[in-house]
Design a protein around this ligand. Structure first.
Ligand code: CTP
Ligand code: MG
Length: 230
């Protein structure tokens, strides 16, 4: 089975409060989106890559990736899941149901090539697929429902992981799972949630904690530092 790549890049980066969507901010003079895409495409044997973009995107033509013939684009949707599903629909006819698709956030340029290879090698023979994830390091507090945030209890973190990307699932199964969620109004923020909702148990593949999702302004300096050290 072949490997396909989807990199959702249709968000507007509200929390970054920048003058353009965060995937078009620059680190070392390159768009974050270009760093993310070249890391992925240069380090795994993808058959093809689909990037859902915002319908109002005006920056893509200025990216390095716009001239990369390994990459196709389509129009994304209102939520991340809509964008991913529109990319899967755009790949219909190219990908087989049994092929693997990796979904990776445009806003995660610090993915280490070793984590990418390890995810693919670990899951290639797996029936369902799974995701990169990192064990939680902090002590976790559950707040009560009162007006002030008061600790109700300390949560056992031994079974808790942070969901990262890439997430890797069979093309047909992921498409059906996302369609089911959107149809039934079950909101999901990652591919694994959609697969879980369809009754699957994705495998957690431990990845590096520095696979940061650039979200707020202070993440930019952090990402630049992480990339300079890798
Ligand atoms: N994304 C997408 N389509 C959407 C929303 C998000 O393709 N409708 C993409 C973003 O471009 C990003 C990834 O999904 O690469 C993760 O989403 P997030 O970090 O939440 O990015 P934004 O939605 O752009 O940021 P914010 O939530 O702060 O507005
Ligand atoms: Mg968002």
């Amino acid at each position: 089975s072949d490997l396909w790549l989807v990199v959702p890049a249709a968000g507007i980066g509200q929390r970054m409060k920048a003058e353009c969507p965060k995937q078009y901010l620059k680190i070392s003079d390159r768009f974050i989106l270009d760093i993310t895409l070249s890391r992925l495409l240069d380090n795994a044997p993808f058959k093809g890559c689909m990037v859902p973009l915002n319908s109002r995107d005006q920056w893509w033509p200025d990216s390095e990736s716009a001239n990369d013939d390994r990459i196709q684009t389509c129009t994304g949707g209102n939520e991340r899941a809509d964008s991913v599903l529109s990319a899967l629909h755009a790949l219909d006819g190219q990908a087989d149901d049994n092929d693997w698709v990796l979904v990776h956030d445009a806003a995660r340029p610090c993915l280490h090539p070793h984590d990418l290879s390890n995810l693919i090698d670990t899951l290639f023979e797996h029936p369902v697929g799974g995701l990169l994830a990192a064990p939680v390091a902090d002590t976790l507090k559950l707040a009560g429902r009162g007006a002030e945030p008061e600790v109700e209890e300390t949560v056992d973190r031994s079974q808790l992981w942070r969901a990262l990307t890439p997430q890797m699932f069979r093309f047909g199964a992921l498409k059906s799972a996302l369609e089911l969620c959107l149809k039934s109004g079950h909101g999901v923020t990652d591919e694994s949630s959609a697969m879980e909702f369809s009754g699957n148990m994705p495998l957690l593949v431990e990845g590096r904690a520095d696979n940061l999702k650039i979200t707020v302004p202070s993440d930019l300096g952090l990402a630049e530092f992480i990339l300079s050290r890798q």
